[in-house]
Each structure stands twice: as C-alpha cells, then as structure tokens.
Design a protein around this ligand. Structure first.
Ligand code: WT7
Length: 647
C-alpha cells in the first residue's frame, strides 16, 4: 500500500453505505496504515459533549500496557443511544419485546425508552447511586434489563450484568469482586415455560457473611406475584412511580468505565473485564452497521442474552446507537417447539437474525420443523457467533432458515474484544462456510507458533492481534497485573486471544477453537479450573479433572474424571449428587455431561495432571496418546481407557 492517503469515508448510521470487496480491502489497508485518521473520522459518528483532540494512545508492552482511545473526549452513552434519536424518530420502535409465552409481545418506541430509563435513573439517584458506583443487574430478558443498563450509563454508574442462569454462589462472588452498591433483579425469570427464582437467588447471595457492600435491591415485578420484600429491598414500580421522565446525563470521559462483565479464564475465578465509554461505543456501533449493513427502520434480532457480551454490544449498545429496532426475546428458540423462531421472524418482519451455532444445531436436530408454518420472507441476512460453525449447520441455516437467499456473517470475537473482530461484511465478502473470513477495519490478526514466530501465508497457529482497536477491554477489575499476564505475556507486544486459527491460501481465517483450558459449551465459556474447584468442594470428591469432548449439539461437552474420597462407595445416586452439586454451585450450563470415577489420574512425577491424555480419552481418540513415559504411574491410563464412558 502506498503512503498516499485513501479518502476514508465517514460512516453515518443514518446513511448506510454498502461496500464492494475492493473498497473493503482498500479501506482496510487505510485503517491499518492510518489508524489515527481512520478512527478520528469514525469517532465522529457519535455525539460528543467535549470533542476529543487525541485518538489513539496504545501500547501492548507487558508491564506497561496502555489502551487509551479518544482519551480527552467527553460523551454519554445513553444520550447517544436514545436522546439523539428523539427529535426526528421518537415514535420509531426501539425495542420489540417477545415474551417467553407465544403471542405476547410489545413495542417500546424511542420516547418511551427514554422516559423509562430516566425514571429509573432518577430512582437510582434517590438511592444514592452516583458516577463510578457499581450496580449488579441480574434480570430476565425483559426490556427493563436494557433500561437498567442504560440508566446506569446515564448516571455514569458502572453496571455488571450477571446472566440469570448463574447461581447464588456466582452472584455473591461477583458482587464481592466489584464491590457493588445496588442489585437490580426481578421476582422471577421465564424461559422455555419454566420460571427461575431470581430474587430468591439474590437473597441467598446477600445472606452470605462476606457479601457486605449492597445497600439496596430493586425488584422488578415480572410475574405480578405477591412476594415479601426484605430490608433494603424495593419494588421497581414503587421506586419509579413518582420519578421524573427527564434526568440529566452525566458527561463521561471517554475512558471512564461503562461496564464490568465477568468471563471464565483458564485459571482461577472469573475475570471482571472492564469496558470503557467512547471507544467501546464507536466500535459497537460501527461494527453493527457495517457487518449487518444495517439501515435504520429494519428489524434486527440478536437472539443472545444480555448476560453475555453479545447482548451488551449487539442487542443494546450497538443497535440503539444506530437507531435500530432491536428484538429482545425472553425465551428459547425451541419453545414451545422448533417452529417458534420462524413465527417470531414472521410476526415482527425480522430482516436480520443473529444467533449461535448451538441454537442452529438444536433446531436442525428436529429435522425441518423449524421451517414449518412460517415463510421468513422478511429475512435478508443471517449471523452466527460464539463458536466455530460446522459446515453441516452452516448449510442447514443457509438453506432451511434463510431459504438459500441470505448470506451468513460468521463473526469471531470475545468478551475481551468488545465487538466483532474477524467477520464478513454483509455487503461484500464472498463466504466460505465455517470461516469467519477477514479482519474488521483496524484489526490486525496474525498467526504465531509456540515461540511467538509469526507464520506467513497459508498456515495454522495461535491467533494474536498486533495492535489495539477501540472496543478492547482495558483491564480486569481490580487486577491489572492479571490482565497483562493473561493477554500480553504469552507473546511480546501483542494481544493473545487464546484461540487457535488457520489461514487458507485466499487469506481467509478459520478459528479452530481454544488452545487453553477454557471450554466452549453451547457457546458459553467455562474454565475447567472453575468446574474442578466446584467438584472438589463436594464431600465425596477427592480429586477432579475436567476436559471438553466433541458434542453434537453443544459443540463441546463436559467430561469429568473424579477420584472419590477413600472408602466411598460409588453409586448412581452419588454420580447424580455430584452432577446436581455443580449445577447448583455454578450454573446449569456447567453441569457435567459425563462423570467417570477412577482410582487415579495420570500425573507427571511432579504431580501435574496430564490433561492432554484425558482430553484424548474423552474424545475417544486414544490410539496415539503420545509420550506417557513421564507419568508417575502409566497403568492409571490403561484403567481409565478401559472404564471410559460410552456416548
Ligand atoms: C470465544 C469467546 C463473541 C461473543 C460470544 C462469545 C469462541 C466466538 C466465534 C466464531 C469460532 C468463536 C472463541 C472465542 N468464538 N465466536 N464466530 N467462530 N469461535 O464470547 O464467551 O468471550 O467467548 O468464543 O473461542 O475465544 P466469549
């Protein structure tokens, strides 16, 4: 590429500009050659109360990592997502909410969205919530979850959303880690016809002696149930009934935190990744517009949960910043049956559907029921996220759901990246099923070998990113050292993703999955260390090792090897009790699929468990176990193979 400046367009959410593949390549080069210029122009898509004068100030040197974007600018995320659309589009639907039970839905327009957010923000203020305070949100997929996030953003309070499937134990750990002052929850949540006791889970978490920071709990009355409130608890509708529908927005520095979101790593407790204000919103809105080629007025449905980063960036912040109509679905795509997804598309004339491979495989498993009783003619684009999509699922999604008319954007990214990083652009990229294709603007992926040598051309290695992008997480809450160690120490001066990846002869990227001890179960990220520490807390478990194995629907299943406390009689009830233990201690998504009891685990002479071997046995691929000569007791392996579980 020449040093001559390419005319970088400003992408404005009001005027969608589809790109050709040549324009993509030129603009991509320009974004790498002139990042300051590129991101200066794109930063102008937001309304700033104080314009920035400096765009990018970043370095990835371990011990001295710096990630600053637009650092002297000021803005408010909530006004950018809501208020700026009011003068001309107050009546446009911002959120279409589809309830768990079929036939119940409602539209919330931008004016109503504004008013509800302001009422809650004023309510929060009356409870003493101010800029910088942490607020935990543990909510079902109802519009109030989005109001809560945006009300925090309006006040400058930092939200931490906890997925409603998590246990009291997980809630407590997160509250302690982020020292939250307020919890916003709901009486219950409804999913797939079942209800979950959210408030009761919060009560249990708050009852723990080591949970000391919470001053107030706000309870949304979702089910109209009578439920006694404890001290310090207040109903959402009581708190907000007399609150004003206007609330001034706090001007925030671009680098002030917007939210903390916990995710699993390969060791220890979940990490609270911190995302900030300016760069995050620029990246969320630009990627949402460009990847989906989104035009205001279209109905866009990201079928994720706000408890995950996908819900933050592509249900709430990106779409609303772009004046989208965003669908929030409370339920699951297979309830009451597989036809639901098509019915929702038809009922709301959905143009774009963005979901996860695990959901696609669950629908596919029921034959073509998903295509019955709906025509889905409104669809023009499909998206996939969360794990590699296998070619069979891709084809089925393309042919059956999209009737061979709609391109599929397979978007690779992570909680840490804030937004999609390797992804097709709807308007231009020629697709290959199973490939996330090319990097987004400003993103510089590379493949390295174990020593960190860069691998050129057609190759396979570990995926790193060479330079910063605006949506990147800035730190781990309360533990910047861990942030640097996790992401910037495996290789020098680059960000390490934890993923393996191939690049083909045409330059397409193919993510192969995690290369660390992180599992991806139904698109949910789980650390083996977390599950192991839960297992050993069970009274009959002496030692446990957890690995992933290929699973038809979930992508990866959880395979557990356990040695019992000596003298324990291993029974079916005991196995069930261990399974239920993890389910309650962590979350239903962490429930072991396979539990194999064993008298010993393969360990090196220094006592390290050789997971490589356990992984192979769990995958039924033990013909070549590699070198086992360093094991303290090689006979353990034969016994584990002999007693392996069938599936
Ligand atoms: C891990 C991140 C991205 C938001 C939801 C998950 C895997 C994600 C893809 C994809 C292959 C993918 C990676 C990544 N992953 N998207 N399109 N193709 N793998 O966020 O919970 O932080 O998990 O999900 O392994 O590292 P997350």
């Amino acid at each position: 590429m020449t040093s001559k400046s390419y005319a970088i367009p400003k992408f404005d959410h009001n005027n969608s500009t589809p790109l050709t593949i040549e324009q993509y390549h030129d603009l991509y080069q320009a974004s790498i050659n002139e990042p300051d210029n590129f991101w200066d122009i794109q930063g102008q898509r937001l309304d700033w109360t104080k314009p920035y004068t400096k765009v990018k100030d970043t370095r990835f040197n371990k011990g001295d990592v710096k990630i600053d974007w637009y650092a002297d600018g000021e803005l408010n995320v909530c006004t950018n997502c809501v208020d700026r659309h009011l003068p001309d589009h107050a009546d446009q639907s911002a959120i279409i909410w589809e309830a768990d039970s079929p036939g119940h839905s409602k539209h919330i327009n931008y004016q109503e969205l504004h008013d509800e957010i302001c009422k809650l923000a004023n309510g929060l203020k009356s409870l003493g919530v101010k800029k910088g305070d942490r607020v935990v949100i543990y909510m079902p997929m109802v519009p109030e979850a989005a109001y809560a996030m945006l009300a925090c953003a309006r006040l400058g309070a930092i939200h931490s959303v906890i997925f409603a499937g998590f246990s009291p134990h997980a809630i407590a750990d997160r509250i302690i880690d982020c020292e939250a002052k307020v919890v916003i929850t709901s009486d219950i949540s409804k999913r797939g016809g079942k209800s979950l006791p959210l408030k009761a889970n919060v009560d249990e978490a708050l009852a723990r002696d080591d949970v000391t920071t919470i001053e107030k709990t706000i309870v949304f009355n979702h089910d109209d149930t009578e439920m006694p409130l404890l001290d310090g608890q207040i109903w959402w509708h009581k708190l907000t009934e007399n609150c004003d529908t206007n609330c001034p927005a706090e001007p925030m520095n671009a680098e002030d935190p917007l939210f903390i979101l916990y995710t699993s790593g390969s060791t220890g407790q979940p990490k609270g990744l911190v995302h900030t204000t300016g760069g995050y919103l620029v990246y969320a809105s630009l990627t949402h517009q460009m990847i989906f080629d989104y035009k205001p007025g279209e109905v866009y449905w990201c079928a994720a949960d706000v408890g995950w980063v996908t819900g933050h960036t592509y249900i709430v912040y990106g779409p609303l910043a772009n004046r989208a109509t965003t669908v929030m679905f409370e339920g699951i795509p297979t309830y009451p049956d597989e036809r639901r997804i098509g019915q929702i598309i038809d009922n709301h004339n959905v143009n774009i559907l963005y979901t996860a491979p695990t959901a696609i495989r669950a629908l596919m498993a029921k034959g073509d029921l998903a295509a019955k009783d709906s025509h889905r003619d409104s669809l023009r684009l499909l998206g996939s996220v969360g794990e590699p999509i296998n070619p069979e699922a891709w084809q089925w999604y393309y042919e059956v759901v999209g009737k061979s008319r709609c391109p599929i954007v397979d978007t690779w990214w992570q909680t840490e990246t804030g937004g999609a990083m390797i992804t097709p652009l709807a308007s231009s990229t020629k697709l290959k099923p199973g490939s996330a294709t090319f990097p987004f603007f400003g993103v510089q992926p590379a493949l390295v070998d174990a020593e960190g040598n860069e691998l050129e051309g057609e190759n396979e290695g570990n995926l790193i990113i060479k330079d910063s992008w605006p949506g990147q997480a800035r730190t781990i809450h309360g533990d910047h050292k861990r942030f640097e160690e996790t992401y910037f120490s495996a290789y020098e001066n680059v960000y390490f993703t934890g993923d393996g990846c191939k690049r083909d002869a045409d330059g397409y990227y193919w993510i192969t999955g995690r290369v660390d001890d992180v599992l991806n179960v139904s698109g949910h990220r789980l650390g083996t260390a977390e599950i192991e520490s839960s297992l050993v807390a069970h009274e009959k478990v002496a030692e446990a090792a957890v690995v992933g194995y290929p699973h038809d629907i979930k992508g990866q299943g959880i395979y557990v090897y356990i040695t019992p406390i000596s003298g324990t009689e291993v029974t079916e009830e005991l196995t069930k009790s261990v399974r239920d233990w993890v389910r309650h201690d962590l979350s239903p998504i962490a429930t072991p699929d396979m539990i194999q009891w064993t008298n010993g685990l393969p360990k090196t002479r220094s006592g390290k468990i050789m997971r490589r071997i356990l992984r192979k046995i769990a995958a039924d691929d033990f013909a070549q176990l590699g070198d086992t000569s360093t094991l303290a007791d090689p006979s353990v392996v034969d016994s584990i193979i002999e007693n392996r579980l069938n599936r």
